[in-house]
Design a protein around this ligand. Structure first.
Ligand SMILES: C[S@@+](CC[C@H](N)C(=O)[O-])C[C@H]1O[C@@H](n2cnc3c(N)ncnc32)[C@H](O)[C@@H]1O
Length: 277
């Protein structure tokens, strides 16, 4: 399917559907992107054209189609230790500030975790911190990792990665320490995996069942949303943080554009945001 098969009206209706369901905002002329992302699904579902797809979406007559369309429109691009500095900042600033915590585990939320590289990198950084700081954070670490995409969550939960994922961001020493190799598949070690609980969650929905956190990662996902939704999400995320808790955003995001109760802390090459009250 290519761009000429999507009329303006259908494209507008599709954009509205996608934004309502996932928050993802499509630009004015991304018909080509939509066509290429949905092509395979349309062939599998034997849908003749985009008009038929839109009819199925609007009438909800094909079970699971809405979820599969949204799934196809998400960008799950990720890598191990993405941008490095958030993980250095954990070891040099965040973990030390909670070092004496022993009566409960430190709680971290990885809020758009994709296929698991972000929460597992956090778990590895924690192990490295504890090795050089014996006795610190003796209550342990609980990571709640959520994403809209059930397919991404399934991969993350399985914890098996191919050579292409393993070529992105993990050096040989970490690969040998944190993975077990089975021919062409690398399996994450149980002690790294055990700290992470995965669950599907749309950031548009309520966070009330997640509890309170000491650190929230919200990286490389707000870029897809409208200003109103970014501000709503950041306000509600800040409510999930304990006082003095930390927020880590993607390199192009600044929370104070949307919410005011964060103090900015410059660390190594990047920024951390700390809840002030
Ligand atoms: C580019 S990945 C970022 C992954 C990771 N945080 C990182 O920085 O490498 C964006 C992720 O956001 C997820 N996403 C998109 N819309 C979402 C929503 N409304 N709620 C939760 N996750 C969403 C996608 O499924 C995708 O896995």
């Amino acid at each position: 399917m290519s761009e000429e098969f999507i009329s303006h009206d259908e494209y507008d209706a599709f954009r509205q559907f996608l934004e309502d369901a996932s928050g993802i905002v499509l630009g004015d002329s991304k018909q080509y992107l939509v066509g290429s992302r949905l092509n395979r699904l349309m062939v599998q579902q034997k849908l003749k054209n985009f008009t038929e797809l839109m009819q199925c979406l609007q009438t909800n007559r094909v079970n699971g189609l809405r979820e599969r369309v949204i799934e196809a429109m998400t960008t799950n691009e990720t890598m191990w230790f993405r941008d490095n500095y958030p993980f250095d900042a954990l070891k040099e600033h965040v973990f030390p500030s909670f070092a004496k915590l022993k009566e409960r585990p430190l709680r971290i939320w990885s809020s758009a975790c994709s296929t698991g590289q972000e929460p597992y990198s956090i778990s590895m950084a924690f192990e490295e911190y504890q090795l050089s700081n014996p006795g610190a954070l003796s209550g342990g670490l609980d990571i709640i990792a959520t994403d809209l995409s059930t397919e991404a969550i399934k991969i993350a939960q399985l914890g098996h990665y191919d050579a292409s994922s393993m070529s992105r961001g993990i050096d040989d020493a970490r690969r040998d320490r944190y993975f077990k190799q089975h021919e062409t598949v690398w399996e994450i070690m149980p002690r790294i995996k055990e700290r992470v609980t995965f669950r599907q969650l749309n950031l548009k929905d309520t966070y009330s069942l997640l509890g309170k956190f000491d650190v929230v990662f919200c990286r490389n996902v707000l870029i897809y949303f409208s200003m109103d939704l970014k501000s709503d999400i950041l306000r509600r995320m800040s409510d999930t943080l304990n006082p003095n808790g930390f927020l880590l955003l993607g390199s192009s995001e600044v929370p104070n554009r949307y919410v005011s109760n964060f103090k900015m802390i410059r660390v190594t090459q990047g920024m951390l945001y700390q809840r002030e009250n």
